[in-house]
Design a protein around this ligand. Structure first.
Ligand code: BEZ
Length: 211
């Protein structure tokens, strides 16, 4: 069964680089990112896990807990982490799941058999505090992810979860947002005191409400 936006994120228990965890317990009431990488001791993955560690404060600011995964063993994760720390000038302190039996990879469809029969692709799932799936992105093994984009989507998700707005193409924190179509312009003018700019009846902008 495939995992789709709005689905309940499956819970699991797993061995990780920092001991056994229960996914829901690990997340608590936070947002979560669960992301897979193809293999330990590989160059692109080293930069991705380093970048994730470097963004620790950015994730904390957004109340997001991160959790990585590959099908390598705990011993491999623990042996590789010092290399990431050394080469990327970081401290990796988030857990990395050792999914040797592919249990979590199967639940979250991180193995795409026509890409690789055995290794996980670069998938990333954002989970809300309600444990529902908010974002799924998948990259091939040869392309490292853009973690600025991951932060940008989280900013959008958190904004749209709390206000009746959507975010336009290439939107960044602080820029004008879009009034959702389900709100009339009259109601939007009351709801958004900073003003509503009507370009077309269906295309209306307002300054970011929480700024
Ligand atoms: C890498 O992380 O560099 C990588 C892993 C698997 C395939 C290609 C690249």
């Amino acid at each position: 069964m495939s995992l789709r936006l709005g689905d309940k994120a499956p819970n699991f228990k797993a061995k990780t680089s920092v001991g056994e965890i229960d996914f829901y317990e690990y997340l608590g009431d936070s947002w979560g990112i669960l992301f897979s990488h193809p293999a330990d001791y590989t160059p692109v993955c080293t930069t991705e896990l380093g970048r994730t560690a470097a963004l620790k404060d950015e994730f904390a600011k957004r109340n997001v807990k991160v959790l990585a995964l590959s099908v390598d063993s705990v011993a491999n994760h623990q042996g590789w982490i010092p290399d990431i720390n050394e080469t990327q000038k970081v401290t990796v302190d988030f857990p990395i799941i050792a999914d040797e039996d592919r249990k979590v990879s199967t639940l979250y469809e991180f193995i795409h058999p026509n890409a690789s029969a055995t290794a996980t692709v670069r998938s990333l799932v954002v989970i809300g505090p309600d444990k529902l799936v908010k974002l799924i992105i998948t990259y091939p093994a040869s392309t490292g992810r853009n973690f600025n984009e991951v932060l940008r989507v989280i900013d959008s998700l958190q904004l749209t979860a709390n206000h009746s707005v959507a975010t336009p193409a290439d939107w960044k924190e602080g820029e004008d947002v879009i009034v959702v179509p389900s709100i009339s312009t009259e109601d939007a003018q009351k709801k958004f005191p900073k003003g509503v700019k009507v370009i077309k009846p269906y295309l209306r902008y307002t300054p970011q409400p929480n700024k």
